[in-house]
Design a binder for this molecule. Structure first.
Ligand code: AMP
Ligand code: TRP
Length: 326
């Protein structure tokens, strides 16, 4: 059984990405043959500085390793190094309806955010993602909830292709962890924590310093009242902080509620900041170590590229054959 997932190298990786995606991946490695991609071609659907994009790409690979992705058992590689991703995108484009892409929530949101640059790549983003997934005959796609719609369109395209040209693609399943499916913004508990948020107070980045984490948690919005209880409808901000607390410490929400019974927001936030700092500290230390050994990171990516290429080429040959492309 094979798993495939990816993250865009856009600079900030936050705890929403960690718990929505990376944490799941770490656990999956034991059970699945895993492919973890750095999706730099997705990243350029929003303008990027070329130098920063290069740096962020290597940085994300380093972070993958620092978080515990194991290159001995998993394949870690850069999307742009495997040309078949864009090749298959073109093929899938020919069976994708414009109306299907117009329905994509992420497209609608990003188009609103970048009104002056609603480019064709941004529109086609889900098709490139479908190509990523289908190239590797993927069984499961571990992601946060916001990507569910993109995995659904991937399934639609795979079925459609199979119907037109004969059995070719596996139909992948989405894998979402309920507890961490959607971490909300610290400055707005009604919107998901997001890299592209206007204010850095929205998220805790995995690279944030202890001082910054402390400040961000102190400034995180709370709800009226003063009890630390989990009630997403009435107390969405505290519910989100409780979720984060639980994910970080491994304690159940019930346990945490009990721990803070009769205590106020301020004490809760202080402890939460402390726990986050403790949690991120070994990841940050490992990343610094790996940064001193860039050669190793490049080596991992080189091996990943070779492994990915074999499968991607094979799938693409089959696809071209089915369609009649010489
Ligand atoms: P992206 O930041 O769009 O490259 O997303 C990388 C991965 O993180 C995807 O699997 C997303 O679903 C997941 N993710 C992003 N934001 C969140 C969030 N706020 N909560 C949970 N998962 C998230
Ligand atoms: N679109 C995903 C996101 O924004 C990233 C991504 C690209 C992806 N290709 C993928 C995730 C393939 C899973 C599988 O988060």
């Amino acid at each position: 059984m094979r798993a495939f997932s990816g993250i865009q190298p856009t600079g900030i990786i936050h705890i929403g990405n960690y718990f929505g995606a990376i944490k799941q991946w770490i656990d999956l490695q034991q059970k699945f043959e895993c492919f973890f991609c750095i999706v730099n071609q997705h990243a350029i659907t929003i303008p990027q500085n070329p130098k920063a994009l290069k740096k962020n790409t290597i940085d994300l690979a380093t972070l993958y390793l620092a978080c515990g992705l194991n290159p001995e058992i998993s394949t870690i590689f850069i999307q742009s190094e495997i040309k078949q991703h864009t090749e298959l995108t073109w093929i899938l484009n020919t069976i994708t309806k414009i109306s299907e892409l117009e329905r994509m929530t992420q497209f609608k949101e990003k188009a609103k955010q970048h009104r002056k640059n609603v480019n064709v790549g941004l529109f086609d983003y889900p098709v490139l993602m479908a190509a990523d997934i289908l190239l590797y005959k993927t069984d499961v796609v571990p992601v946060g909830e916001d990507q569910k719609q993109h995995v659904e369109i991937t399934r639609t395209l795979a079925r459609r292709f199979n119907k037109i040209y004969g059995q070719t693609f596996k139909i992948p399943e989405v894998l979402i962890k309920k507890e961490s499916a959607r971490i909300m913004g610290l400055d707005n508990p009604f919107k998901k924590m997001s890299k592209s948020a206007k204010s850095p107070l929205n998220y805790i980045a995995l690279d944030d310093s202890p001082e910054l984490i402390f400040e961000k948690i102190q400034k995180a919005v709370t709800d009226s009242g003063k009890e630390i209880v989990y009630n997403p409808q009435k107390k969405p901000a505290i519910a989100n902080l409780l979720t984060i607390f639980s994910l970080i410490t491994g304690k159940s929400i019930k346990e945490i509620e009990k721990e803070f019974q009769g205590k106020g927001y301020s004490e809760f936030k202080q402890k939460l900041a402390y726990e986050i700092i403790e949690f991120l500290s070994p990841i940050q230390a490992k990343k610094r170590d790996l940064q001193k050994n860039e050669k190793y990171v490049f080596q991992v990516l080189e091996i990943g590229k070779e492994k990915a290429k074999i499968i991607a080429k094979e799938t693409m040959n089959r696809v071209n054959e089915k369609i009649g492309l010489i």
